[in-house]
Design a protein around this ligand. Sequence first.
Ligand code: SF4
Length: 484
Amino acid sequence: MTKHALSKSTFIRGQQCQKSLYLHYKRPFLRDKLSAEQLAKFRRGTDVGVLARDLFPGGQDMSPKSPSQYQKKREETAAALSDPDINILYEAVFQYDDVLIMLDVLVRDGQYWKAFEVKSSRSISATYIKDAALQFYVIRGCGVQLSDFSLIYIDENYVLNDTLNLEDLFIQQSVLNEVMAQKEEIRHQIHLSKESLQLTKSPDINIGIHCQYPYPCDFIGHCWKNVPAKGVLSLKTFNKTMLFDLYHNGTTEISQFPDKLALTSSQKSELEAFRNSTLTFNGTSLKTFFQKTPTSKKYHSLKLIVQQPAVPVIKGSRPYEMLPVAVSVLSHDSNESETILFRQDLSGGVKFLDFVSGLNKKTELLITDDVNILLQCIEGVVFYTKEDLSSELQNLHNKLVGVRQIIEECEVFHPDFSDGWSLADVATVLGGKKQLLKENVFLVKDLLEENETEKLEQLFQRIVQYAKAIDLSFHYFQETAKNE
Ligand code: SF4
């Protein structure tokens, strides 16, 4: 039995960029490390897929334990399909046209089969349909008659009751017509991908918008190694296609940026920030922003760590609800800090609301990194605890300021603000000292799993570092506003 040339993930990789496909197979050592966000997303996808199997209980699991088992499992799948006693298969393995795929769930439907692929998201995207179209093409190519092909994804309006009801949590949507319509296109694309893999050197493909969409490519470190760090491609307020055109025509550095282009005031401001390696402001002036903000030295800086489980874990909550995991509050006045860990249950939610209420009473101004995260989290917790906080929430709203909101409303630019905004970058620029803030995803995982008091204390200190970075950033903007 011949080994496959492509899998579902490598086919999708090739759809984004044939060079990425080539490098994946021929130069895997050039790949970037997976980011914490991507790792978390990957794990989430796997967990939800396994959970959805319970919609079709009693199936036979064909999952290969390692790539060396692919061909064996493919043979076992073929045997299982002709066994009348087997009606449901998980991770059935198929190979056709040199493409190997695994399908989440296959259910016997008389003399036909129904195919189901599970997604951990709340909606269906064009990439998911293409994914399904490839699976449909391969399964049909193996001679298996499919009466339907459905995607299973999460209903964002589902509310967890006493027990998890999978029938209500998941939405099943047939995409049979869409995947059938793509049959010839899939055949053509497989052919193109196989041709790429026959090349003796990587395809000559320039960097472009496709490096980030639909997914951030993991060969950026390799392909972008000669891209200037603070060059034209780092600009955020310009049309990306226009920037890549400039770049490929030799305008790579900011100093080369053409003067003749008609620019918006935001673009002028961003260019000035890059040209002079300085902070610039374009939107609401800091003075005006701070005139709307209660002036007080008695303010607190707050860093909230949240998790957003795809499958709700607390009674009354919904999928992807923001759940408070821990919070650190730093008093600007006394420089004292407090960190609290919340249980991931109803009592944890109630404790969080009590904490917010208490803080609201004692502080005159509350600064956080992103107001929307705090408010969304409060609203989510109010929803599942059914506590009444609406009037207090209104009151809290009036004394809440977000560093992110200052950056956005006052259109603050700096060449070191990667992706336009991140607290670590902002605090590093404003404080003049590198801020090493641990990524939120890792903190959540560690906080939920750590039992040792000493290690937990070390994690708490990391959250306090966030609160300090918020305090530093706010203080900088407040002082700058006074001098405007
Ligand atoms: S970084 Fe861009 S050009 Fe390079 S392989 Fe990835 S998508 Fe293709």
